[in-house]
Design a protein around this ligand. Structure first.
Ligand code: NAD
Length: 479
């Protein structure tokens, strides 16, 4: 069994009462590591260390912070092979995906905010003949970063990087389901010489460690990515002490396909937007709306492509669909596949779990296509977060817009059309924080990232993140 430790005050250490959480390799369905099951005492140690470190870290120059973040970025790239392997074993995602997306993006997150802080500026407002106002943007203090299991190091660093760049000190909690790369990241921070206490990583269950962290009086802000249910709990815990919070939560994203689209590009991209990372990306398009006139053609072509996807060993370079992250999540997906059938849906592909040879105990689900359900049934309204999509035909723009916006979620949408005017009109009217036209998951880290409705509060990315992690202060100087 591998052993994972907390990173507190610059040191690796076990949970104070030596309890641990068993971590599973989902490809094999077997335990392979132990992570600290931390408690309030560990959180307090981490917050104290971060508080101690704040005085000096918050007064470092931007060049110094740039230097540390760049060094960490370089070390992530230097260790890309071992980090990608660790991410694949911990999460069940394919090794090639971890190596081509997750780990490079973690390095980009550090590098992006290392340079962004060098360019970050605040405003001044001149009152002619009377005064000049300028805005100071000060770091907040000790902040919390809480991340989920689907893109473990990618999302963990997406929060930590802007928090540190802006001069805050951090207590971060990765998901207890996938703690391994956060632990390896602790070692990288130590190798980079990050001063002790600036970043502290505490492992533990959400209901215990996460809950203590998000209600702690000394925490000034919480950056959270995870489910809508837990986001709501965090908002309630944060409110009495008036913490800032940024909540990136669940999604149930539409993929809207008009007959005038670039068909081949749409089909290839739709395969990815449906099943990349086993459908466990908050931005996956799980509701596919197809214009009536091409519905049958799309259905036939899509079923053929999906049936050819190889499900199996995440370490095999030919595998396209790896393992589901945990038994609990596997059961949740199976529940929704049953629900879809109870609601009258027809399974066109998949719908079953599979046991690849040599991986009989692992958690695998065949990419699943459902049709025949109305847009407002539970299957089409609730987040499944697995390799499951639902096909729905539509007659015209007005009808699809009504169905798309009749949703509790509003994270992202993809739109496929060669009609420019329609693309602008639909993009304006769809209730979602991110709209992709003729593409999917194309990300520029400078853009605002986040969702509307039950998908989120606040925005991450670029200056939005640096503004979130700083307190604006107006100074007015009379002439
Ligand atoms: P989750 O909400 O169960 O857990 C997320 C994190 O919160 C984990 O670290 C967990 O330990 C912690 N946590 C759990 N209970 C807590 C509590 N009471 N107080 C404080 N922290 C607590 O989510 P998950 O199952 O890990 O991740 C899947 C969810 O994340 C999906 O809903 C997905 O859509 C969402 N997600 C959203 C985005 C986005 O950018 N909007 C990105 C990725 C994932």
């Amino acid at each position: 069994m591998k052993n994972i430790e907390n990173y507190i005050d610059g040191l690796l250490q076990p949970a104070s009462d030596k309890k641990h959480i068993t971590v599973y390799n989902p490809a094999k369905g077997l335990p392979y590591a132990l992570a600290p099951d931390s408690n309030e005492k560990d959180i307090n140690l981490a917050i104290d260390a971060a508080e101690q470190a704040f005085a000096s870290w918050s007064t470092t120059t931007v060049e110094e912070r740039h230097h540390y973040l760049m060094k960490i970025s370089d070390l992530i790239l230097k260790n890309i092979d071992s980090l990608a392997l660790a991410e694949s074993i911990d999460n069940g995602k394919t090794l090639w995906l971890a190596k081509s997306v997750d780990i490079p993006r973690a390095a980009s997150n550090m590098r992006f905010f290392a340079t962004a802080i060098m360019q970050f500026a605040s405003e001044s407002h001149n009152m002619t003949g009377k005064a000049i106002n300028y805005t100071l943007r000060k770091p907040l203090g000790v902040v919390a970063c809480i991340s989920p299991w689907n893109l473990p190091l990618y999302l963990f660093t997406w929060k930590i990087a802007p928090a540190l760049a802006a001069g805050n000190t951090v207590v971060a909690k990765p998901s207890e389901v996938t703690p391994m790369t956060a632990y390896l990241f602790s070692k990288i921070c130590m190798e980079a010489g990050l001063p002790k206490g600036v970043l502290n990583i505490v492992h533990g269950y959400g209901a215990q460690t996460g809950a203590v962290l998000s209600s702690h009086k000394k925490i000034k802000a919480i950056s959270f990515t995870g489910s809508t249910k837990i986001g709501a709990e965090i908002a309630m815990k944060a409110a009495p002490s008036f913490k800032k919070y940024s909540l990136e939560m669940g999604g149930k994203n539409p993929n809207i396909i008009f007959a005038d689209c670039n068909y081949d590009k749409m089909l290839a991209t739709t395969l990815k937007s449906s099943f990349a990372n086993q459908g466990q990306i908050c931005l996956c398009g799980s509701k596919i709306f197809i214009e009536q006139s091409i519905y049958d053609k799309f259905k036939t072509d899509f079923i053929r492509k999906v049936a050819a996807l190889k499900v199996g060993d995440p370490l095999d370079k030919d595998t396209q669909v790896g393992a589901i992250v945990s038994k609990q999540h596997f059961d949740k997906i199976k529940y929704y596949i049953n629900l879809a059938q109870e609601e009258g849906g027809k399974i066109l592909a998949g719908g079953i779990s599979v046991q690849p040879k040599g991986f009989e105990k692992g958690w695998y689900i065949k990419p699943t296509i459902i049709e025949g359900l109305p847009h407002n049934c539970r299957t089409n309204q609730e987040e499944i977060f697995g390799p499951v999509v639902s096909l729905m035909p539509f007659k015209n723009e007005a009808e699809v817009l009504q169905m798309v916006n009749d949703s509790p979620y509003g994270l992202s949408a993809s739109l496929w059309t060669e009609n420019l005017t329609r693309a602008h009109r639909m993009a304006n009217d769809i209730e979602a924080g991110i709209i992709w036209v003729n593409t999917w998951l194309l990300r520029d880290l400078r853009t605002p990232f986040g969702g509307m409705k039950n998908s989120g509060v606040g925005r991450e990315g670029g200056n939005e993140a640096l503004r979130f992690f700083t307190e604006p202060k107006n100074i007015c100087i009379a002439h």
